[in-house]
Ligand binder design. Structure first.
Ligand code: CAA
Length: 261
């Protein structure tokens, strides 16, 4: 049963959870209660022994139109500062060990674009509408956009997008490498996202978690340290049962039956 007000959690494929942002009247604007629900749901899915991968999506019309402007409008510096406004958003992905695929249709603006950029794999429709329009509101991206978008598209393009507030399409997102893939329709996008999640859910959860961990380290570490970190984790996987299972199955030309140990 779904006990949330602003999101829906389902299990459309074995081992795959789908979290759907569901605040249609505000185009999924990310109010604080929505983020709290999202944190709660992702923490529960992270702890679930049966879920291996998560798809995060919105509606065909909007992934999310940003942080909630009506909530932010009266905020003062001291309240934002002392309550660490937006900091709870970084829990969304930093604490999540399982792969998160964002499936973006329609608007992904401001905090919605930033939320999509927090995912491990970003899929979108060709007509998706991404952007960081905060400059038009007299402010700047506050949920990592200036950092993650810049890493994704390079400084000059990120500056242009953030300083002008202009949108970019899903087709551009794919061309620039922001999105791994762009699909011709919302239906094709959801099918693609769930199929990828199902593929990932078919592998050893131990190896999947390790793979996500080492790729993410590349964003924080210099190359030499990152390569060394990867090798340490690679070595450690020789201590897993699934490495033995996977390599034995290859030699015997059989399908691996993972123990997730
Ligand atoms: N916050 C609060 N409410 C929002 C919202 C937002 N970010 N985006 C849309 N809504 C609400 C609208 O106010 C409207 O509500 P009412 O019917 O009660 O007036 C409802 O959603 C539908 O929106 P529109 O009528 O505007 O729909 P549209 O199809 O004409 O336009 C849109 C769609 C272009 C996305 C337009 O809604 C829009 O520009 N939204 C704001 C986008 C934006 O600036 N986002 C950045 C927010 S700042 C931020 O995110 C800070 C950060 O970095 C964390």
């Amino acid at each position: 049963a779904n006990s949330y007000e602003y999101i829906q959690v389902t299990e459309p494929r074995p081992g795959v959870a789908q979290v759907t942002l569901n605040r249609p009247r505000a185009l999924n604007a990310l109010c604080t209660p929505l983020i709290t629900e999202l944190n709660t749901a992702l923490a529960a899915l992270n702890a679930s022994p049966t879920i291996s991968a998560i798809v995060l999506t919105g509606s065909a019309k909007a992934f999310a139109a940003g942080a909630d402007i009506k909530e932010m409008a009266p905020l003062t510096f001291s309240t934002a500062y002392t309550t660490s406004f937006i900091e709870s958003w970084s829990q969304l992905t930093s604490a999540l060990k399982k792969p998160l695929i964002a499936a973006v249709s329609g608007h992904a603006l401001g905090g919605g674009c930033e939320l999509a950029l927090m995912s491990d794999i970003l899929y979108c429709t060709t007509t998706a509408n991404f952007g960081q329009p905060e400059i038009k509101l007299g402010t700047i991206p506050g949920a990592g956009g200036s950092q993650r978008l810049t890493r994704a598209v390079g400084k000059s393009r990120a500056m242009e997008l953030i300083l002008t507030g202009r949108s970019f399409s899903g087709e551009e997102a794919e061309r620039w490498g922001v999105a791994a893939r762009a699909f011709p329709s919302h239906e094709a996008l959801m099918e693609g996202a769930l199929a990828t999640a199902e593929t990932i859910a078919g592998y050893s959860r131990v190896a999947v978690q390790a793979a996500k961990e080492v790729v993410n380290k590349s964003q924080d570490l210099p190359l030499r340290d990152g390569v060394e970190f990867e090798r340490r984790v690679f070595h450690s996987l020789f201590g897993s049962r699934d490495q033995k299972i996977g390599m034995k199955a290859f030699a015997e030309k059989k399908k691996a039956e993972w123990s997730h140990e």
